[in-house]
Design a binder for this molecule. Structure first.
Ligand code: CA
Length: 246
C-alpha cells in the first residue's frame, strides 16, 4: 500500500480521486491548500510516496509548492494537474520540479495509471548514496548509467555525480539529458526537444528549453558560462559532446 497526498481545493474532485485511489488499495489523504501540504511534508515530515498537486489553488499555487519542496530537497514523486491548452504551464511545472503532468479535465483511469507509474519509480528518493556506494561500470547496451570525464549519470535513481557533487535530477531534467546524450555529437533543435522529450506539440515558446539547459550546465559544466559538454549551436539548438577537445 502506498501513501498518496492529493492537494486539490475542488472538494468533489479531491473526493473522487481519493475514492478511486483507495479502490486501488492506496492510503490517501487530501489537502485543500498548498500551505497545508508543505506543512505536512516539510515541517511535520509526514511520509508519502507520491503527491498529486493541482496548479490552481487558493493561497500558494502548485508551482510555488513544488519549488519549495525541491528547494528543501524533498523529491517526492510529483504529478501536477495543469489547465488544458496551456503548454507554458506544463513547462513552468517542470521547471518548478514536477515529475509528470496531466491536463484537466482528465480521465480518472489515466490519472491512476500515471500515479502508479510514479509509484514504481519511488525508490528514486530512497537510494541517495548508491552512486557513491558502488562503482558502476559503463555498459554501452544499458542506458542506465552514463559516464563522461569524471561525471556519472545514473538514470536508475536520477542522480548525477560531478566530482564530489551529487545532484538529484527531476525526471524531466533526466529525460532531457538522456535525449541529448542519445544524440551525442549531433545538434538537436528546441522544437525536437519539446516534441521528443516532453511530447509537447503545440506552438510553445521554445525559449523555455533554455532555462533547462542552464540548469543542466550548472550541474555538469566546470564553467557554465563557457560550456564544454553542452554546447549551443547557433541557429540549430543544442549539442552534447561527451569528450570535448582539451
Ligand atoms: Ca484547483
Amino acid at each position: 500500500m502506498s501513501r498518496i497526498l492529493i492537494v486539490e481545493d475542488e472538494a468533489h474532485l479531491a473526493q473522487g480521486l481519493r475514492f478511486n485511489l483507495e479502490a486501488e488499495g492506496h492510503f490517501v489523504e487530501t489537502a485543500e491548500r498548498g500551505e497545508d501540504a508543505l506543512e505536512r511534508l516539510l515541517k511535520k515530515r509526514q511520509s508519502f510516496d507520491a503527491l498529486v498537486l493541482d496548479v490552481m489553488l487558493p493561497g500558494k499555487d502548485g508551482f510555488s509548492v513544488a519549488r519549495e519542496l525541491r528547494e528543501a530537497k524533498n523529491y517526492i514523486p510529483l504529478l501536477m494537474l495543469t489547465a488544458r491548452g496551456r503548454p507554458e504551464d506544463v513547462l513552468k511545472g517542470f521547471e518548478s520540479g514536477a515529475d509528470d503532468y496531466l491536463p484537466k479535465p482528465f480521465n480518472l483511469n489515466i490519472l491512476i495509471a500515471r500515479v502508479e507509474s510514479l509509484l514504481r519509480r519511488k525508490n528514486w528518493t530512497h537510494n541517495t548514496n548508491s552512486i557513491t556506494a558502488d562503482r558502476p561500470q559503463q555498459n554501452p547496451d544499458s542506458p542506465d548509467i552514463f559516464r563522461f570525464d569524471n561525471r556519472i549519470v545514473d538514470f536508475r535513481n536520477l542522480q548525477l555525480r560531478a566530482g564530489e557533487n551529487v545532484v538529484q535530477l527531476t525526471v524531466m531534467e533526466a529525460d532531457l539529458l538522456r535525449y541529448l546524450i542519445k544524440n551525442s555529437g549531433h545538434p538537436v533543435s528546441r522544437k525536437s526537444i519539446l516534441q521528443d522529450v516532453w511530447n509537447l506539440h503545440e506552438e510553445t515558446d521554445t525559449r523555455a528549453i533554455d532555462s533547462f539547459i542552464v540548469r543542466l550546465r550548472r550541474y555538469i559544466e566546470p564553467k557554465p558560462s563557457k560550456p564544454r559538454y553542452l554546447l549551443t549551436v547557433r541557429g540549430l539548438g543544442y549539442q552534447f559532446v561527451a569528450n570535448p577537445k582539451q
